[in-house]
Design a protein around this ligand. Structure first.
Ligand code: DC
Length: 342
């Protein structure tokens, strides 16, 4: 598909400075979006009116962008706007979707998009079911004094809502007409996320296999993801959070200071699930549980909207052979390296 990537950088008005800044900007856009030069269709450049030493497009030709159509324009002169700024809009053929591209703002131009350039004090944790992400998220939140936000619980609560309405798993999309009468809120108490469905605390009711299957089905629906995703974004804007789910680093908090992707082999995750059931006095069959794990991964990875993927800037931790304490140590090391916690 074709996507358009924006970028901007500031520079002094000399030929050398403009060419060097433009090369730096283009190179970073190309690297961060894994672009091959042959896939660049066009690049539009603007410069503010205080810049006239050279056409910035010259820098593009110098770094090997030879086939793309290039055009240079004046930027609008708006009162009080950023001075000495070079802006680009690059159109490319890419496997990325428009909401997956990385726009690049450098030097003084970072002020143009604080929503992208200012990193949030948050730990975004993604990974498949049973990878150990919620165990880690709870430990981290307690250690750092952050709030633990379990986003899966919100999908489960919507699943429970559908079940209560008598909607079958195969027909969950018919729940859209009830969206306006659904209120799902999270409460935070003693390091625990409590989930409220239309005012009732359903935290314990959503922990069944049946509701997990409902959750997996409703998590595919665009209107559900938008409704719950907006609520999750609002929480992350207000509070310092350790948030876990499937699309936290890629969609809910793309500018989180720390992104972790917690993984484990399918066998280990099925084993963990079986032990969890045993602790509840339920005897599970390993092969059935293993198949459930594989199926749930498939649903989460292959759905069209916000699928489970590793964010470009996430650190992957494979917990297959690690204790919970070891995973916590590893995560804290990464968090300290990123200056989020001392
Ligand atoms: O983590 P969990 O088992 O409680 O999640 C329940 C379901 O919700 C699971 O199938 C994946 C989905 N989910 C999601 O799609 N996006 C999230 N951010 C969190 C959970």
């Amino acid at each position: 598909m074709t996507v358009c990537i924006r970028g901007a950088i500031t520079a002094e008005n000399t030929k050398e400075e403009i060419l060097s800044a433009t090369k730096e900007l283009l190179t970073k856009i190309i690297r961060e979006n894994a672009i091959e030069l042959k896939d660049i269709i066009s690049v539009f450049f603007t410069m503010t009116k205080d810049m006239d030493a050279v056409y910035p497009a010259v820098a593009a030709r110098q770094i090997g962008i030879v086939h793309a159509a290039l055009m240079c324009f004046d930027e609008l002169e708006i009162k009080g706007s950023l001075t000495k700024c070079i802006r680009v809009a690059m159109t490319v053929n890419s496997e990325l979707k428009q909401d997956e591209v990385t726009h690049v703002y450098m030097k003084g131009a970072t002020v143009l998009r604080p929503d992208i350039t200012q990193k949030k004090d948050a730990v975004a944790i993604d990974g498949p079911a049973g990878s150990g992400k919620s165990t880690l998220a709870k430990l981290l939140a307690a250690k750092m004094g952050y709030i633990y936000v379990d986003t899966g619980a919100m999908y489960r609560a919507f699943g429970l809502f559908c079940k209560n309405k008598g909607i079958s798993i195969e027909n969950v999309e018919t729940s859209e007409k009830y969206l306006s009468e659904t209120d799902i809120e999270l409460g935070f108490k003693d390091g625990q996320t409590r989930v409220f469905l239309n005012g009732a605390d359903v935290t314990d009711d959503i922990r069944t296999q049946e509701i997990a299957a409902y959750a997996s089905a409703v998590a595919k629906l665009g209107f559900v993801r938008e409704y719950l995703g907006n609520k999750q974004k609002a929480i992350a804007n207000e509070k310092k959070v350790v948030m876990d789910g499937r699309d936290i680093g890629t969609n809910v908090i793309p500018n989180a200071k720390v992104k972790l992707y917690i993984d484990a082999s399918e066998k280990v995750r099925a084993d963990r699930r079986m032990k969890e059931l045993e602790q509840k006095g339920i005897k599970g069959d390993f092969d059935t549980i293993y198949q459930e794990v594989v199926q749930r991964d498939k649903n989460d990875r292959e759905r069209k909207i916000n699928p489970l993927t590793v964010a470009k800037d996430a650190v992957v931790i494979d917990t297959s052979d690690m204790s919970a304490e070891k995973v916590l140590d590893e995560a804290l090391k990464i968090i300290k390296e990123n200056g989020l916690w001392k």
